[in-house]
Design a protein around this ligand. Structure first.
Ligand code: C2E
Ligand code: MG
Ligand code: MG
Ligand code: MG
Length: 281
């Protein structure tokens, strides 16, 4: 019985793998030309200072609106685009669009410096053209480099040999901010980050479940508190993502977390719907 059970499980595993390959194959074909057909869109989610809840910027999040499939999640299509290499032209488009949107906010609300935070995939980081892509996006939009932030995953920095780090250093020298996305779920090594051009950390949303039950689980609170304290010691800012409740925001503010992002403050929206308000004097 156990054997039959095992075989059935393997068959199921094969079936799932086949389905996944089929899906990937289908998506690769559908992704080709999607950029030219205008099927991509960027939505922006507010980044808020936890001390006073003021808007500080927004993260650009990619959406693929396929005529038949509907809206496909970036968690589904980004890995496919990475594999096919399409992430390079797509990432270039994201950078350019985000900078244009941020420059437009800046023109309509001068005096309210807002960051636009752009996700950069591992494949883009090893592409020697990334530096030029950033330069062009800034030059074509007229955006102040200080208002651009790039989000990288920690594996890029931990596993890469010299070249990508050198490119990032040059990008940082332009005045662009660099942060580590989803911090805490991979090979987090704060001591190592000290030697890299990194200005901040985004605490992985996975930590927020722990924050919710802080009263009963002090270990979670202590981990988050320690990360925040170490990050500050290294002159890095900390953003918590996935904040859904006012309790979480209050706890994180008490722990010294700088910025927050999540449904509590706002869902990702089209550029015109960003709740831009002039900052109180
Ligand atoms: P991420 O960069 O960590 O983005 C945060 C994700 O959490 C977003 O999912 C966002 O919609 C979601 N989120 C925001 N607030 C909450 C909340 O309060 N609760 C919960 N449960 N979720 C929240 P999304 O938009 O589906 O993006 C998924 C991932 O896809 C992103 O994770 C990022 O890694 C990747 N991605 C998105 N846009 C781009 C892009 O332009 N380029 C690249 N390379 N990757 C992208
Ligand atoms: Mg991100
Ligand atoms: Mg993240
Ligand atoms: Mg992520």
């Amino acid at each position: 019985l156990a054997k039959a059970d095992g075989r059935a499980r393997y068959a199921l595993f094969d079936e799932q793998r086949n389905a996944q390959q089929l899906l990937r194959y289908g998506l690769t074909g559908r992704l080709a030309g999607a950029l030219e057909r205008g099927e991509f869109e960027l939505v922006y989610q507010p980044l808020v200072a936890l001390d006073g809840n003021r808007l500080r910027g927004a993260e650009a999040l990619l959406r693929w609106r396929h005529p038949d499939l509907g809206t496909v999640s970036p968690n589904t299509f980004i890995p496919v685009a990475e594999q096919s290499g399409m992430i390079l032209p797509l990432g270039r488009w994201v950078l350019r669009e985000s900078c244009l949107a941020a420059a437009a906010w800046q023109r309509s609300h001068p005096g309210t410096p807002l960051l636009v935070s752009v996700n950069v995939s591992p494949r883009q980081c090893t592409d020697p053209r990334l530096l030029d892509d950033v330069r062009h996006a800034l030059a074509d939009s007229g955006l102040d480099p200080a208002n651009l932030q790039l989000e990288l995953t920690e594996t890029v920095l931990m596993q890469s040999t010299g070249r990508p780090v050198q490119t990032l250093r040059t990008i940082a020298d332009l005045g662009v901010r660099i942060v580590i996305d989803d911090f805490g779920i991979g090979y987090s090594n704060l001591a190592y980050l000290r030697h890299l051009p990194v200005h901040g950390l985004k605490l992985a949303g996975a930590f927020m479940a722990g924050i919710r039950k802080l009263e009963s689980d002090h270990v979670d609170e202590q981990i988050v508190e320690t990360v925040i304290r170490l990050a500050h010691m290294l002159q890095m800012t900390v953003t918590a993502e996935g904040i859904e409740t006012a309790d979480q925001a209050a706890r994180l503010a008490a722990l010294g977390c700088d910025l927050g992002q999540g449904w509590l403050f706002g869902r990702p929206v089209r550029p015109a719907e960003i709740p831009l308000t002039p900052s109180p004097a």
